[in-house]
Design a protein around this ligand. Structure first.
Ligand SMILES: *Cc1c(COP(=O)(O)O)cnc(C)c1O
Length: 364
């Protein structure tokens, strides 16, 4: 049963047969040239996924979940003697603030309600008041609610004011539009096992050439100091520490599948189709979205729990039918359930999901 589960939680995702098979590809040592070559190839392909980043951004790979990549980005690129403003409209923004605190980096936090986006007027006011702020840390897709941050507006503000953007793109990279200089993007962090459909264990940070060449910040960590990785990965492809080699194999295969499927734009279209299929059923059952359509991502949606059913019952009945869904977090735990549309989901499985949703919700 558990082997056949379809994961509708926001990572890890259900793997395709090809990606799963790649996990067992071979016994490789991370100090041998074939692994260095694989690493170099993966970095090259990762920086090419979003055209706007292809020329001016370089990737490094590390082993750890998406959180490791976000923390490594902040440790390595958030300044020690200037201030980083964190926009927190959900769990992941709050987590970035906790990371900066743990690393002893000067920061301010602009918290907002989870069901609203960042307040740009408040950002401007804070920047006016605090000239020490030179960096902004934001979450592209706040997976807490499914909100896609309007980086067109926020990026413009950053550029106009000379603020450098550090972006948690863990649940958007590979499925939502990402710009580089237009957003004043210094670096972003992402992972293999969300929109790229790889396995957990490999994550990466893309940063501009200028960021890699600029003054080093005190990383406050040995393992998460990205400059160590960059120094060796960019030249020879070697990494300072043992990498999660099976997860790298899986990422290699997952990127081949992404390219064959037509890249991130096709992936976005595929997610949108999945959302449309499931949402037509939910709508017919009277289930509504937490956020307006135009504020949501293509990756994940939060839906209001019908009064007739608790989250636990919905979860357990759907799991018995073969699907793992996700609870709301914090104050939304009793109000919403979340469905993520990433990973390998066959059309027949989507139809089975629709049937299961009808039976479980209409029967409640
Ligand atoms: C999933 C997620 C993370 C954390 O990733 P892990 O792989 O669970 O460590 C960070 N930020 C966002 C926006 C996410 O969706």
């Amino acid at each position: 049963m558990s082997g056949g589960l379809i994961l509708l939680n926001p990572g890890p995702v259900s793997l395709s047969p090809r990606v799963r098979a790649a996990l067992g590809r071979a016994n490789w040592c991370h100090r041998e040239p074939e692994f260095a070559e694989l690493t170099r190839g993966l970095n090259r392909r990762l920086s090419g996924i979003h055209a706007a980043l292809a020329e001016d951004y370089e990737s490094v790979l590390l082993s750890g979940s998406g959180t490791a990549a976000v923390e490594a980005m902040l440790a390595s690129f958030a300044p020690d003697s200037e201030t980083t403003l964190v926009l927190a409209n959900g769990v992941y923004g709050e987590r970035m603030a906790a990371m900066l605190a743990a690393h002893g980096k000067p920061h301010e936090v602009l918290e907002g309600p989870w069901i609203a986006g960042p307040d740009l007027a408040a950002v401007e006011a804070l920047l006016d008041r605090s000239p020490a702020i030179t960096h902004l840390a934001a979450v592209h897709h706040e997976t807490t609610t499914g909100r896609l941050t309007d980086l067109g507006q926020l990026g413009k503000l950053c550029r106009r004011r000379g603020i450098q953007l550090l972006l948690d793109a863990v649940s958007s990279f590979g499925a939502e539009a990402i710009e580089g200089a237009t957003w004043s993007l210094k670096a972003l962090a992402a992972t293999a096992n969300k929109c790229l459909h790889g396995a957990p264990g490999a994550s990466f940070v893309l940063a501009s050439h200028e960021a890699w060449c600029g003054p080093a910040q005190r990383a406050g960590s040995v393992y998460l100091d990205l400059r160590r990785y960059h120094e060796t990965q960019r030249s020879s492809g070697y990494s300072p520490f043992t990498q999660a080699i099976p997860a790298f194999f899986a990422l290699d295969e997952a990127l081949a599948e992404l390219t064959a499927a037509g890249g991130w734009i096709s992936r976005q279209a595929q997610y949108r189709e999945r959302v449309a299929v499931v949402e037509s059923v939910l709508t017919s059952l009277g289930v509504t979205r937490l956020l307006p359509v135009e504020e949501g991502s293509c990756v994940l949606q939060s839906y209001r729990l019908p009064a007739s059913i608790t989250y636990e019952t919905l979860h357990d009945r759907l799991k018995a039918a073969g699907f793992v869904i996700y609870a709301g977090q914090g104050g939304l735990a009793q109000e919403v359930f979340r469905l993520s549309f990433m990973g390998e989901i066959a059309a027949a499985d989507l139809q089975r999901l629709c049937t299961a949703l009808r039976e479980v919700i209409a029967g409640a």
